[in-house]
Design a protein around this ligand. Structure first.
Ligand SMILES: C[S@@+](CC[C@H](N)C(=O)[O-])C[C@H]1O[C@@H](n2cnc3c(N)ncnc32)[C@H](O)[C@@H]1O
Length: 310
């Protein structure tokens, strides 16, 4: 099995995806690739994928190795999803993604033998956790090249043969290949046509398989289409109420739709750290009323739903 591409996927645009790992595609590619290649060749003694931090034990790493590792990994700033623990080095990412996983994992249950597709997977943090819960393989897709490079950096230590993060958008995937689980977390509001996004998730899900939909929601009976920014983010499409989201999933063909969680993102879950030094959620909320964004819109609440494809 190739480290770069899951050989059993023959119907996705492989050449196009792999060509994106290039300086022509991204001006920082060479810096990132050089940093990954400069990482020390240290032996990984053990890997733990079912703790909050994806953990690699590196007992043989010297102080020089560790300093070199840290310097290389910091070239891949900003680290948004995690955390990761590589020997004594803790990558304290912007998000405590483990908290989201803790809300989701009981509803997914055991993933023994399951083939999983994670749409908009970031650097693949959740993929590691799903492999830790027994998944047979995880394919993540994310058009942001830096996150694919971060995945490569973590793979340098973990060396798992069944986890890929490919630089593709959901709209580029053909649905002739289907998965037991398809996840879309934090992606819906980036898409121009939310119902078409959910229909594509449905097409990518194996009959009998399930889909995790996690997205921003608003309260009441409305779909918010922010005209300018939302919580300082550009290109935000639809933020539905939970009823509309359930309806869209039903219209796309999902059944037995279950609301797994609704929660408000707190300043301790998403924040700036030394590994993500840009501004974070605290600068996106109204300082005099943390329930509102700086634009005066309802503050970020997130819902997580699971639907089944019959
Ligand atoms: C808010 S992050 C969510 C990351 C992760 N799924 C999570 O829940 O923490 C949204 C991700 O979606 C990715 N994304 C944006 N447009 C996409 C598209 N068309 N197809 C797949 N992923 C996309 C972004 O690059 C980004 O990494």
């Amino acid at each position: 099995m190739s480290r770069l591409w899951p050989d059993w996927i023959t119907d996705w645009p492989k050449d196009m995806a792999l060509e994106r790992f290039s300086a022509q595609n991204h001006g920082d590619y060479t810096k990132w690739q050089t940093a990954i290649e400069a990482m020390p060749q240290v032996q990984t003694d053990a890997v733990t994928l079912n703790h909050s931090a994806i953990t690699c034990e590196l007992s043989g790493a010297t102080q020089t190795d560790l300093a070199q590792m840290e310097s290389c990994l910091r070239q891949l700033h900003p680290w948004r999803k995690g955390p990761f623990q590589l020997g004594p080095l803790y990558i304290d990412t912007e998000w405590r993604s483990d908290w989201k996983w803790d809300r989701l994992a009981p509803a997914m249950g055991t993933l023994d033998g399951q083939r999983i597709l994670d749409i908009g997977c970031g650097n693949g943090y959740f993929g590691w956790r799903m492999l830790g819960a027994g998944a047979a393989s995880v394919v993540g897709v994310d058009p942001t090249l830096l996150f694919c490079m971060q995945h490569r950096a973590i793979q340098h230590f973990v060396q798992h043969p069944e986890h890929w993060v490919l630089p593709l958008g959901i709209e580029e995937l053909t649905a002739t290949h289907r998965f037991d689980w398809v996840l879309s977390m934090g992606v819906l509001y980036h898409r121009r046509d939310p119902l078409e996004h959910i229909r594509q998730l449905h097409r990518l899900t194996e009959p009998g398989g399930r889909c995790v939909m996690e997205t921003l929601i608003v309260e009441g009976d409305q779909v918010l289409y922010p005209e300018g920014r939302y919580a300082r983010m550009r290109n935000i499409g639809a933020i539905p109420d939970i009823g509309s989201l359930e309806r869209w999933m039903g219209e796309a063909g999902f059944q037995n739709i279950q609301i797994v969680d609704v929660s408000t993102t707190g300043l301790d879950e998403q924040r700036s750290t030394s590994w993500m030094q840009f501004e974070s959620l605290d600068k996106a909320l109204d300082p005099s009323d943390l329930s509102k964004t700086v634009e005066g819109l309802p503050g970020p609440r997130r819902a997580m739903l699971i639907g089944e494809r019959r």
